[in-house]
Write a protein that binds this ligand. Structure first.
Ligand SMILES: [Zn+2]
Length: 333
C-alpha cells in the first residue's frame, strides 16, 4: 500500500472546489510515454496550471502500471526542478471498469480514480460506484463516476450511440454513491471522429464540417439540480484542423475528422465543468510532427529526432489549451 501523499500528488477535491469558484477547468491529459509526460509537465510548470495526469486501462497495458506510477512520481520532482514550487499534480485512473482495478490503483498511489459503470443498468451503476467510493475514501482518494453514455471509441471504451445524462437522476445518483465528481454526456464523444458527416453541417465558405453544438440545456439542468457539484467532460478534443492537414499532407489519411469547437469548451469551463479530458489532440500533434520529419528527412532513424519535435508540438498544444481554452494558468502558483 502506497499513499499518493508520499508521492507528492494531490487528489481532486481542492482543485475542483477552486476551479468551480474561479470559473475555469482543470486539464486532464492522458499519458502513455515519456515524451507526452515531459510535454505535459513542462507546459503546466511554465503556466503554473494544476493538472490531472490520466492513465487508462489501455495505457496500463501499453506502458506497465509500475512504470507509469513512478513516472508520475518523477513528474512531481521534474516539475519542482523546473521551478514550480508547489506542483498540483493528480494521478487519475481513466475509465476504471471494475472494483478490483480501482482498488489496485488506490493501493498503488493514485490520488483519484474513475469508476465507469455507465454502461450498466442504473441501480448496478450506483452499487458499483458506491463500493469504489467507500474503499477509495478510506485513503482520501477521490472518485469520478459517470452517468449517461458517450459515443465514440477510446481504448477499451466504445459505444455507437450516446445517451444524454438525465438531469432528474443526478441528485439521487450523487447522494447515494457519494462520488466526488460526475462525468456527464451532453454531446462530447471519444476519438478523432466525434461526429459523422451526416450529423454535421458544412461551412459553405470553407467546405469544412461544422459539428452540432453541445447540449448546454442539459448541462444547465444538471447544474440546477446539483449546484456547485464538480462536473466532468470526456471526449473534449477539438481535433485541430492544422494537425489533421499536416497528417494528410505528409502521407496520412484522416478524412473528415472532427472535434468539439474550442469556444464551446471555453463556455463549459466557466460553468461547474471543472475537468475537461483531452487525449486525441495530443495524439494528433504527436503523429503530425513525426510524419513531417519522416516525409522531409527519410534518412532519419534516431527516435530523438522525431520524438523531440513531437514533444515540442504537444507542449505547445497543452499550453494553448491551458491558457486559451481552460483558463487554468496561474491557478497553482
Ligand atoms: Zn473518456
Amino acid at each position: 500500500m502506497v499513499s499518493f501523499k508520499e508521492l507528492g500528488l494531490v487528489n481532486t477535491r481542492e482543485m475542483f472546489a477552486k476551479a468551480i469558484k474561479g470559473g475555469y477547468a482543470i486539464p486532464a491529459f492522458n499519458f502513455n510515454n515519456m515524451e507526452q509526460l515531459q510535454a505535459i509537465v513542462k507546459a503546466c510548470a511554465e503556466t503554473k496550471s494544476p493538472v490531472i495526469l490520466q492513465v487508462s486501462k489501455g495505457a496500463r497495458n501499453y506502458a506497465n502500471q509500475t512504470l507509469l506510477r513512478y513516472m508520475a512520481q518523477g513528474a512531481v520532482e521534474y516539475a519542482k526542478e523546473l521551478g514550480w514550487e508547489h506542483p498540483q499534480i493528480c494521478l487519475h485512473l481513466d475509465h476504471g471498469d471494475s472494483f478490483e482495478l480501482c482498488k489496485s490503483c488506490v493501493d498503488f498511489g493514485f490520488s483519484s480514480v474513475m469508476i465507469d459503470a455507465s454502461s450498466l443498468p442504473y441501480e448496478e451503476n450506483i452499487a458499483l460506484t458506491k463500493k469504489v467510493v467507500e474503499y477509495a475514501h478510506k485513503y482520501d482518494v477521490t472518485v469520478e463516476a459517470e452517468l449517461g453514455v458517450l459515443a465514440g471509441v477510446e481504448d477499451e471504451v466504445s459505444s455507437a450511440v450516446s445517451h444524454y445524462t438525465k438531469p432528474e437522476e443526478v441528485v439521487d445518483f450523487a447522494t447515494r454513491t457519494g462520488c466526488d465528481s460526475l462525468a456527464i454526456s451532453i454531446g462530447t464523444s471519444h476519438g478523432a471522429y466525434k461526429f459523422t458527416p451526416e450529423q454535421c453541417t458544412r461551412d459553405p465558405k470553407t467546405g469544412k464540417l461544422v459539428p452540432p453544438p453541445l447540449a448546454f440545456d442539459v448541462l444547465d439542468a444538471i447544474m440546477e439540480k446539483l449546484p456547485g457539484f464538480p462536473i466532468v467532460l470526456h471526449g473534449s478534443s477539438s481535433v485541430p484542423q492544422e494537425y489533421v492537414d499536416m497528417i494528410n499532407q505528409y502521407g496520412g489519411k484522416l478524412p473528415d475528422a472532427v472535434g468539439i469547437p474550442e469556444e464551446q469548451l471555453r463556455k463549459a469551463a466557466k460553468s461547474a465543468v471543472c475537468k475537461i479530458n483531452i487525449d486525441s489532440d495530443s495524439r494528433l500533434a504527436f503523429t503530425a510532427a513525426v510524419r513531417k520529419v519522416f516525409a522531409e528527412k527519410p534518412g532519419e532513424f534516431d527516435p530523438r529526432k522525431y520524438c523531440g519535435p513531437a514533444r515540442d508540438l504537444m507542449e505547445e498544444l497543452y499550453k494553448h489549451k491551458i491558457i486559451n481554452v481552460l483558463g487554468s494558468d496561474g491557478k497553482a502558483e
